[in-house]
Design a protein around this ligand. Structure first.
Ligand SMILES: [Zn+2]
Ligand SMILES: [Zn+2]
Length: 598
């Protein structure tokens, strides 16, 4: 397949766009009956390459023509009228022409019907001499011209504007021409079943994206064309004998540029010729990137290391490159070493704009991360991407959302600054409020670690934000402030507050370190250790949530704050209120927190 960027590309590099195009209805003549047969086509410039006219076998309108012949307008050539179930009777007139290389369906039918090919378009995207008067024109100009000529000769019945699912090049977004070219191919059809089995056995994070791979494997119908006519890519290391054409491949271990380097051979192994011509083509970029697991595990470089490191643990990547990077990696590594390269794949969604639309240069909605990272810091950016969407789903980017993520980092910073005023204590006799928050911390820690285990960073991000901000800062810290300062509490009670504050912060820092690596490490080194937090393990937590008091605590605190707000008095103002029975055990802390008088 041949787009505007003038190289062969593989099916995996083709995407489909809904493009507006003109469907033209053209008069062909049935030779035997002299009747008109109206063919509908979006590619009238390819009439010269038409080798058959097809109708659906059950289409009553055309049954009587099957087996007869159609005369092509302008060129006057005869082609058979055939019945084929691939024709959609509802599309256009229900009669289609099959041209060599019109689209991949044409190619398939050409092979199936064993038709003789006629090449109408060359590598420059221009019409060949087979197009007669249109030879040398671009396909677009030829289309305009032939429609004019058909109209002039009364051969054009009508024109319709339709939306056509058009195959375009993923890179340059231009429609694709199918042109016969000699290319290098990597065999993939014989290995489809093995790779599919691997795809079924692998773990997918999230499971829903497994289908992307399986669907792609099922859709593969030809081998993988791997040679490209691009300049910036890996050179194909092949030289050809100038006299007999025999291909020669150099020994492993060195990088070659055959188009400008002297061949590393004395003479042709076949005819003894001494002159060679270097290959000028390059490899498909996925041909290189698909061996990344072999590269990182030092394949052919360090056998001991390779044995230990291969297969690697996981492939992290975006969902848009499942059919390329993920699939080709499975294929290439399997072919090279006979063992699949990883047991799990981590597939993220797209980063879309704030309206949920895919970012693209042409739409002008791409957000450049550099100035954002400069402004809010890498931690804010990373934390935002973790908390924005559950694994595998598309996530929206806007400066507002990233700024919002940075507010949590400020909160974390302020929490740490407050706690840093108190000494770190090893042990304490806990009070009920301490037991409550440590129980909540234990629950949070469990969920967060499970989130990390399933590589779903959304869980740690949202759970930690909820815990640290909404419970720990808003309620617990407010509850124990007086106790931590020692106002109206015993030394032992004060120590319990210090212990709990530091424990919650210390455990939280570790739980947040993978998704907020810089700030957590800074606080960690300032308060708890000389070494990096990233060398620490998650803490084993001994506390359990004995009873769920959270709802009652939140409800009571909100009630008190609400009353004071209504009265227009400061939060420190005295209040008379009954503490609910189930919160009696927290009485001392609650009284200090709200300044409750009996
Ligand atoms: Zn292109
Ligand atoms: Zn030779």
């Amino acid at each position: 397949m041949w787009p505007n960027c003038r190289t062969t590309i593989a099916d995996a590099e083709v995407i489909y766009e809904e493009l507006e195009t003109e469907l033209v209805y053209v008069k062909f003549k049935v030779r035997e009956t002299k009747e008109d047969l109206i063919v509908a086509t979006t590619r009238p410039e390819l009439i010269c390459a038409c080798q058959a006219v097809l109708v659906h076998p059950q289409d009553e309108r055309y049954k009587r023509f099957v087996g007869r012949h159609a005369i092509i307008p302008i060129y006057g050539r005869e082609v058979p009228i055939l019945a084929n179930t691939s024709v959609d009777p509802k599309f256009g007139s229900g009669v289609v022409m099959i041209c060599s290389y019109g689209d991949s369906e044409d190619v398939r039918l050409f092979r199936e019907l064993k038709l003789q090919e006629i090449i109408a378009v060359d590598e420059q995207g221009k019409m060949t001499k087979n197009a007669g008067a249109y030879s040398g024109l671009t396909t677009k100009d030829a289309r305009i011209q032939i429609v004019k000529d058909l109209e002039k000769n009364g051969l054009l019945v009508k024109k319709e504007s339709i939306i056509h699912r058009t195959p375009v090049c993923e890179k340059c977004r231009t429609p694709i021409e199918i042109i016969p070219m000699n290319e290098f191919y990597l065999k993939q059809l014989p290995f489809k079943d093995s790779i599919r089995k691997c795809g079924e056995a692998m773990t997918f994070y999230p499971e829903m994206h497994r289908q992307l791979l399986l669907n792609w494997i099922d859709s593969i119908t030809i081998d993988w064309p791997i040679s490209r006519r691009r300049y910036y890519a890996t050179e194909i290391p092949v030289w050809y004998c100038k006299s007999c054409g025999e291909a020669h491949i150099p020994k492993l271990g060195k990088y070659y540029k055959p188009w400008k380097e002297k061949a590393p051979f004395e003479k042709c192994s076949k005819c003894g010729g001494k002159e060679f011509i270097g290959e000028t083509r390059t490899f498909d970029t996925w041909f290189d990137s698909s061996v990344s697991p072999l590269f990182i595990s030092k394949y052919l470089e360090d056998e001991k290391f390779f044995k230990k490191a291969y297969p690697v643990s996981i492939r992290p990547q975006g969902k848009d490159i499942v059919r390329t990077w993920l699939y080709y990696t499975l294929l290439r590594c399997y072919l090279a070493v006979g063992v699949f390269p990883f047991k799990a794949a981590w597939i993220s969604g797209y980063c879309v704009d704030e309206k949920g639309e895919k970012m693209s240069k042409s739409k002008g909605n791409v957000i450049d991360p550099e100035p954002i990272i400069e402004k809010y810091g890498a931690d804010a950016f990373r934390f935002w991407s973790a908390q924005e969407a559950s694994l595998g789903f598309d996530f929206r980017a806007s400066e507002e959302r990233i700024a919002n993520a940075s507010k949590f980092l400020t909160k974390l910073w302020n929490i740490a600054r407050f706690i840093s005023m108190f000494p770190v204590v090893k042990k304490a006799k806990l009070m009920p409020a301490d037991e409550w928050i440590l129980g909540e911390l234990a629950e949070t820690s469990k969920a967060v670690q499970e989130g990390y285990k399933s590589f779903n960073f959304f869980i740690p991000a949202t759970r930690m934000r909820e815990f640290l901000w909404n419970l720990f800062a808003n309620h617990y810290i407010e509850m124990v402030k007086a106790r931590a300062y020692g106002k109206g509490f015993s030394k032992q009670e004060q120590k319990a507050a210090w212990f709990t504050l530091h424990t919650c912060l210390r455990v939280s820092l570790k739980l947040l370190a993978p998704i907020i690596p810089f700030i957590t490490d800074y606080i960690w080194r300032s308060l708890y250790s000389k070494g990096s937090i990233h060398k620490e393990k998650f803490e084993k937590i001994d506390w359990k949530r004995k009873e769920k008091l959270t709802e009652q605590i939140l409800e009571f605190n909100s009630k008190v704050w609400g009353i004071k707000k209504e009265k227009g008095v400061p939060l420190t103002a005295e209040i008379q209120i009954t503490i609910p029975k189930e919160l009696k055990k927290l009485e001392k802390d609650l009284k200090a927190m709200h300044n409750i008088k009996d």
